[in-house]
Write a new protein. Structure first.
Length: 175
């Protein structure tokens, strides 16, 4: 049952992420004279960079960011966190329950930070460019950096657990 759930959630996450990567985010970038959307800047951004993006972003691009992109990015963090939680949980069945729960903090925190980022980016997108403060940009940028770092850590954790699982299986097959 869990493997079926994992496959369904994984497929849904891929569809949503694919829609963002192939449709909304390229459209936003095109509508901002080639500047990357806030979500696609894992190292964060400065006040000047944020203002440049917001100034270049067309009304259509802003509508795409606040409409379809926001809707997709409302679903995606939960799906990605669920995929990582399910994978991590499954690959830690032989570990102490306390360790299993601690490991789950990473993908859950990554999803949560994505929602924090989304809320802070929405603030930047819904006010006149001239009123966007350095503090607002710093808060949004910090959320972006945390989201990126925690997501990377969660993915790395799953890859390490997967490698350990494969190694253990192959080791067990030796004569």
């Amino acid at each position: 049952m869990m493997i079926v759930l994992f496959r369904v959630v994984f497929a849904a996450a891929l569809v949503v992420y694919g829609a963002m990567l192939l449709w909304t985010l390229p459209a936003i970038q095109d509508a901002a004279d080639g500047l990357a959307a806030f979500d696609m800047r894992p190292g964060g951004y400065t006040h000047a960079e944020a203002l440049a993006f917001l100034s270049a972003l067309s009304d259509e691009g802003r509508a795409m960011y606040l409409g379809p992109q926001r809707m997709l990015d409302t679903v995606y963090p939960a799906l990605m966190s669920a995929v990582l939680v399910l994978a991590t949980w499954r690959m830690t069945t032989e570990r102490p329950w306390v360790l299993r729960l601690l490991v789950l903090v990473v993908p859950i925190s990554a999803g949560w930070q994505d929602y924090v980022e989304n809320a802070r980016v929405s603030v930047l997108l819904t006010q006149p460019v001239a009123t966007v403060t350095e503090a607002q940009v710093a808060a949004a940028s910090t959320a972006t950096v945390w989201k990126s770092g925690l997501t990377t850590l969660a993915l790395a954790l799953v890859l390490v657990l997967l490698a350990q699982s494969i190694w253990k299986r192959r080791r067990g097959r030796r004569p």
